[in-house]
Design a protein around this ligand. Sequence first.
Ligand code: NDP
Length: 261
Amino acid sequence: MVFALDFANKCVVVTGGNRGIGYAFSRALAQAGASVAIIYRSSKDADDVAAKLGKEFGVQTKAYKCDVADADLVVSTLEKINNELGPITGVIANAGVSVVKPALELTSEDFSKVFNVNVLGVFNTARAAAKLWTNRKYEGGSIVITASMSSQIINQTAPNQALTQVFYNSSKAAVSNLTKGLAAEWASHKIRVNALSPGYVNTAQTSVMAKNIRDHQAKNLPLGRFAEPHEMSGQALLLLSDHASYMTGGEYFVDGGQLIW
Ligand code: NDP
């Protein structure tokens, strides 16, 4: 077997695929020859982003507006994608949000905002794909869930001072475990489920951090800097590919060595 990440004749759905880390996934997949379905929530330029990628790499790309927290909408959107670009062979459940606030000030609405996207949205996306795959004759598919290194640790803004995002961190711990449960349940259907856990990545999500906090965090990383979104793509494409045929239920950290200490 030639070792290449070739996605010709593959169709991959990327939630939150129009910007940030998700866009890097969409771009790498298009470059590798996949048809790419980009799911977004409200960005105005998602259609243009998808069209531009398709033109650049000569593949089919299309943006689909869909709130991943809406289970029925996710099912109908994946069915539509399957008919228009499919058959779908892989999914990256990547859409995520954060609320950064001291725990004493967090509200039930904040909880719903974070968990409805980061946990329920991931579950809705993974299950909609699994339903499609188990309903057709050919079984199998690969699901990659974007978790975070904060599934394991609490980020610091200064020594002994936590970055205040306990709902976000606990939502990522939840999807880390969700990954294992889904992998165990769906292994018999030849559906693999893995989590990719980024460290700090330069996107809109991290751009809101104060400069002194960013500098402190970057300085404490073994690689001494935040990642660029494209540095997440290699691991995602590997997990989606047949080269990862014996990998399921794992959580893979792409974190500049942050978890070393
Ligand atoms: P961004 O904030 O840059 O982008 C978020 C993406 O998610 C957007 O495409 C947005 O769509 C989409 N989205 C948000 N809510 C919904 C929803 N309800 N339905 C559909 N799509 C939605 O995020 P990042 O690229 O920084 O993060 C991507 C993933 O990586 C997230 O899960 C995040 O938690 C995780 N992560 C990020 C890290 C970082 O340092 N940046 C570190 C570790 C993990 P729209 O544009 O329409 O709003």
